[in-house]
Design a protein around this ligand. Structure first.
Ligand code: HAM
Length: 452
């Protein structure tokens, strides 16, 4: 048997429905915040990630899927979304568009050659947003609030928002110097990776998973003590806007992030659920005011985040959240004879084209087994075709809940089903009518209507 690669998943059945629900919710939320969907390639030139994500990051040094294509070009499966979005922003000159800032979101698979475990995959799905063209701290707070509000809308209770500031270049230079001075006498007691980090990027030492609990690490200087006045003021403003948006957060000076492009605000949102496991960062991001320039564009600031949707699904499962997923069919069409089957073929198409969710029999089962199949599919109504009825331009419709059966004129069938099915659905917008009576002004039936 050929099996799927390590660290990858097949998503189907009820699990696929949950993913679809979450994806629809994400689309609806992004629509409300006026973020535009962007799709960039799953593979890009290797150089993009080296320059974008950073030469010294674990992602680039240990985790990329690299390959040489048939034209001898060095390519890499994207390990994250920011570098590709920024590349596209520059290549398509989005900085020249009339409407600024440019607010983008994406939802797609990323690839990291990591050691797979619960919540850590080799093929992972990230939903992410990137705002380009505004340095306003209000944007930092908006970006964090989008992530938090998505978790809230899904119903997660246990989340913790950790924020920190890496400051501007001057603050980071001072801090880097302080870290080198502090860690140099202790470096022999630390792991091999940290030895390299001390030379290449001492900030990264604070992100070490091996030495994180050591005394040396605990007593290390904190970035918050090295922020210059401007960076401090900026960080205070971000916190003011977060409070205005009613977002609970803690300032955690240990958050430095594993990618090289950040400055000023960085954040991580943790799942605080029992048994979640060590991979508990649901989403993370920050500001990257030098990345556009670094990748060959003008000096334009950016801010964004990405959340792992696999980890979100795990949190939904651990918190035992029942997503409002519709498992029902509107109508199941049943038949026995060949002429009834011919009629069923056209009828199901007509019903589907009129907006009903419809299925029928495809495996030659008898009527009894068809009733069972209709129950399995949670069909609300059954249409039982019969040659005699069809000759009289009639059709039998059974309400599968009340078990009441009515004979309906063929010409009237669509209206009949429309009325019956809308009566079944109570309007949940608080407008006090049933679904079919609602005049629509309340927007309760917009496809992406979600209550905040
Ligand atoms: P990141 O922290 O590398 O940031 O990844 C963001 C999120 O993706 C993580 O918090 C986690 O939920 C999920 N994730 C990462 N690696 C894995 C994995 N191996 N398996 C499952 N889930 C994973 C970024 O990717 C940045 N591009 C975020 C960003 C956007 N910063 C600014 N804009």
């Amino acid at each position: 048997m050929i099996t799927k690669p390590k660290g990858c998943h097949d998503i189907y059945g009820i699990e696929a429905k949950k993913w679809k629900y979450v994806n629809n919710l994400i689309d609806a939320v992004c629509e409300r915040y006026n973020y535009q969907f962007i799709r960039t390639p799953i593979f890009e030139s290797t150089e993009l990630f080296h320059r974008g994500v950073g030469e010294s990051s674990d992602i680039v040094t240990k985790e990329t899927y690299d390959f040489i294509d048939r034209g001898d070009r060095k390519m890499t499966l994207r390990p994250e979304g920011t570098a590709g979005v920024v590349r596209s922003y520059i290549e398509n000159k989005m900085y020249g568009e009339a409407s600024q800032p440019v607010k983008l979101y994406y939802n797609g698979t990323m690839y990291r050659y990591e050691r797979p475990q619960s919540g850590r995959d080799r093929e992972l799905t990230q939903f992410g947003i990137e705002v380009l063209g505004s340095d306003d701290p209000m944007i930092d707070a908006e970006v964090i609030s989008i992530a938090v509000n998505i978790y809230k809308l899904i119903g997660l209770q246990g989340i913790k928002v950790n924020i920190n500031s890496l400051g501007d270049k001057e603050s980071r230079d001072h801090y880097r110097k302080a870290l080198v001075e502090y860690f140099t006498p202790h470096i022999d007691e630390m792991c091999e990776d940290c030895k390299n980090r001390l030379e290449k990027n001492p900030l990264r030492i604070l992100d070490c998973k091996v030495d994180c609990d050591s005394e040396i690490m605990k007593k290390a200087p904190k970035i918050t003590d090295y922020l210059n006045d401007e960076s401090k003021k900026r960080f205070e403003q971000v916190q003011k806007y977060l409070s205005l948006l009613d977002i609970d957060y803690v300032v955690n000076p240990k958050i430095v992030r594993g990618l090289d492009y950040y400055d000023h605000t960085v954040f991580e949102i943790e799942a605080m659920v029992e048994d979640f496991g060590s991979q508990n960062v649901l989403g993370a991001g920050g500001r990257y005011n030098s990345l556009v320039k670094e990748l060959g564009g003008p000096e334009i600031p950016g801010m964004g985040f990405a959340m792992g949707l696999g980890r979100l699904m795990l949190a939904i499962e651990k918190e035992d959240i029942k997503l409002p997923i519709d498992h029902s069919m509107d109508v199941f069409v049943m038949y026995v004879s060949d002429t009834e089957k011919d009629y069923a073929t056209t009828l199901v198409q007509e019903l589907r084209m009129n907006g009903f969710k419809v299925d029928t029999e495809y495996t030659g089962r008898g009527l009894k087994a068809q009733f069972k199949q209709a129950d399995r599919l949670n069909s609300k109504f059954l249409i039982i075709l019969n040659d005699e009825d069809l000759k009289n331009n009639e059709i039998k419709v059974k309400d599968n809940t009340t078990k009441e059966e009515e004979t309906v004129e063929l010409d009237y069938l669509m209206y009949y089903l429309d009325e019956k099915l809308s009566l079944e659905e109570e309007c949940d917008c608080g407008c006090d009518h049933s679904d079919h009576e609602c005049n629509g002004n309340c927007h309760c039936h917009d496809e992406d209507s979600i209550e905040f």
